[in-house]
Design a protein around this ligand. Structure first.
Ligand code: NAD
Ligand code: ZN
Length: 261
């Protein structure tokens, strides 16, 4: 089979599995938001080709030199704030609405699944649209901080004047939110399909979530631009861009359903 035929056939098999699912879980990573204009960390166009991941994303480096983080964040924020859900996010919301997915578990911090209409969303790495002061606990929208960044590096907390404002995201060296973790594992123990989208599956402990479903023998479908370490365990691997593939998958799922009168 030539490449295009092979991809079409893989997508059809993936759609048949999704169509049969009643409590599937989508596990997503940065790749699902790439077509919304948000750079991934890993992968060929990843941000880490430009920046040292330890300096930008570890709690230890952040506490030593918060200005380094905020300088990069100040540059990236306008594109991040302007980003909108793409057809991949919307297709996942539709699959939940139509009874195939129970939830989306995401490693993303961009909030785009929520904007797309996903109702049950588990955010394992927090949400970058909020900022919290590590000294006094005050919270404010990230957007507010952006206005201060031009004259104030690192930005100061408006409540206590401290210099430890941190985005409400999980950095390397921090633990994941316990409630989100336990909800994600519960979903993985109960799901009848695991659909991985746009994740390199190299970030732990998050990647234990699809791993838990795989250990139970639940079918795994991977939709990703590049190979992942779990491809060997997958029932179907569809290689390509999720913003194009997921709407097509949704169309196939819908057309495989008997008409309701
Ligand atoms: P990753 O950056 O490690 O990997 C992204 C994967 O997506 C790669 O394997 C790449 O091949 C694939 N990909 C790229 N474009 C794609 C597309 N259009 N369609 C399908 N696949 C595509 O992402 P990760 O595994 O999610 O881990 C990175 C960590 O960094 C996450 O835990 C997250 O917290 C954080 N992060 C979040 C965002 C965001 O919120 N949008 C962006 C960057 C990083
Ligand atoms: Zn404070």
């Amino acid at each position: 089979m030539v490449g295009a035929d092979r991809e079409r056939e893989a997508l059809a098999r993936a759609a048949a599995l999704v169509a049969g699912a009643r409590r599937g879980v989508a596990f997503t990573g940065a790749g699902v938001s790439a077509e919304s204009g948000i750079q991934t960390f890993r992968g060929k166009d990843g941000l880490w080709r430009q920046h040292d991941p330890y300096r930008t994303s570890s709690i230890e480096a952040f506490l030593q030199d918060p200005s380094y983080y905020w300088r990069i964040s100040a540059e990236r924020w306008p594109a991040y704030a302007a980003s909108r859900p793409n057809p991949g996010h919307l297709a996942l919301a539709a699959l939940e609405e139509e009874g195939h997915l129970a939830a989306v578990v995401t490693q993303n911090t961009d909030g785009l699944h929520r904007q797309a209409g996903t109702k049950r969303l588990v955010e394992l790495h927090g949400n970058g649209r909020r900022v919290r002061c590590l000294d006094c606990g005050a919270a404010e929208p990230r957007e507010e901080v952006q206005r201060r960044l031009e004259r104030e590096l690192p930005p100061r907390c408006r409540a206590c004047g401290g210099r430890h404002l941190k985005p409400a995201v999980v950095f390397f060296g921090e633990s994941l939110p316990a409630a989100a973790m336990s909800e994600a594992f519960q979903l993985a123990r109960e799901c009848d399909l695991m659909l991985v989208v746009g994740s390199s599956l190299q970030v732990y402990p998050a990647a234990h979530v699809p791993g838990t479903a795989v250990e139970r023998g639940v079918p795994l479908v991977v939709v990703n631009d590049e190979p992942t370490p779990m491809d060997v365990a997958a029932e179907v691997v569809v290689r390509g861009r999720s913003g194009e593939l997921l709407p097509e998958l949704l169309r196939l799922v819908r057309s495989s359903r008997p008409e309701r009168h």
